[in-house]
Ligand binder design. Structure first.
Ligand code: DX5
Ligand code: ZN
Length: 217
């Protein structure tokens, strides 16, 4: 089953608890937490207290997407928060393999993300063999509500084919501009996990589950 990851960037932060509870009972659902530092990307979002609060308030897996220049620092300082997946950007690190190894000690799942301008061949075979998840950014990271970039389809197909030839098993996640207009094609191309912010949270709360389900059909 395809995992759907609602991006909390688009939720109502003043009512975070009811927002999280609106997805109670839904299977194969992660909460996607976009952490931006104003350096790696121009925008700022939230940090430690908010991340900790969210992980404590839900039983769904929490998936943190770090758009920061210093993922090593956050890897250490957030290790007790109960995050399920920790994704950092390839472009933000000099020693991705070393960071993956460190993260594996404290997080059940470790992901690596590439921006739209970064080709998939920048991810070495060693990285693909070590990682649990590859996040293909289908918009320029930094803001919700942007248009999906169709060049992402080829990246997903390339990663799927390398996964097969390397006989390894990372998940392929896509983030940015995901809606029911492209979800079917994304799943057919090989995406296992779809992040969606505005497509889900533009609805009223009682319709969030319906929006999630519509991404799988
Ligand atoms: C963008 C973030 C995304 C964003 C997606 O930098 O990484 O997770 O919230 O938002 P939508 O689904 O609205 O494009
Ligand atoms: Zn994200």
């Amino acid at each position: 089953m395809t995992i759907i990851s609602p991006s909390l960037l688009a939720c109502d932060f003043l009512n975070i608890e009811p927002e999280l509870n609106a997805f109670n009972g839904q299977n194969d659902l992660w909460f996607h937490l976009d952490i931006m530092d104003g350096h790696f990307v121009p925008n700022l979002t939230f940090g430690h207290p908010v991340v900790e609060l969210i992980t404590k308030k839900t039983t769904h897996k929490c998936d943190a997407h770090f758009m920061v220049t210093n993922p090593e620092f956050h890897a250490e300082t957030m290790k007790s928060f109960g995050l399920y997946n920790f994704t950092f950007h390839l472009e933000a690190t000099l020693d991705s393999l070393g960071l993956i190894k460190e993260l594996k000690k404290n997080y059940p799942s470790v992901g690596i993300s590439i921006k739209p301008c970064t080709p998939t061949h920048k991810l070495s075979d060693d990285i693909l063999k070590a990682i649990d998840l590859v996040l293909v950014m289908s918009v320029e990271p930094g803001f919700g509500g942007q248009s999906f970039m169709p060049s992402s389809f080829d990246k997903i197909k390339e990663l799927k084919s390398r996964r097969d030839s390397l006989k390894t098993h990372f998940e392929i996640q896509v983030d940015g501009g995901v809606s029911n207009k492209n979800s079917k094609e994304l799943i057919e191309a090989g995406a296992d996990n779809l992040v969606a912010g505005s497509y889900i949270f533009k609805n009223s709360r009682e319709d969030y589950k319906k929006a999630v389900d519509s991404l799988r059909t």
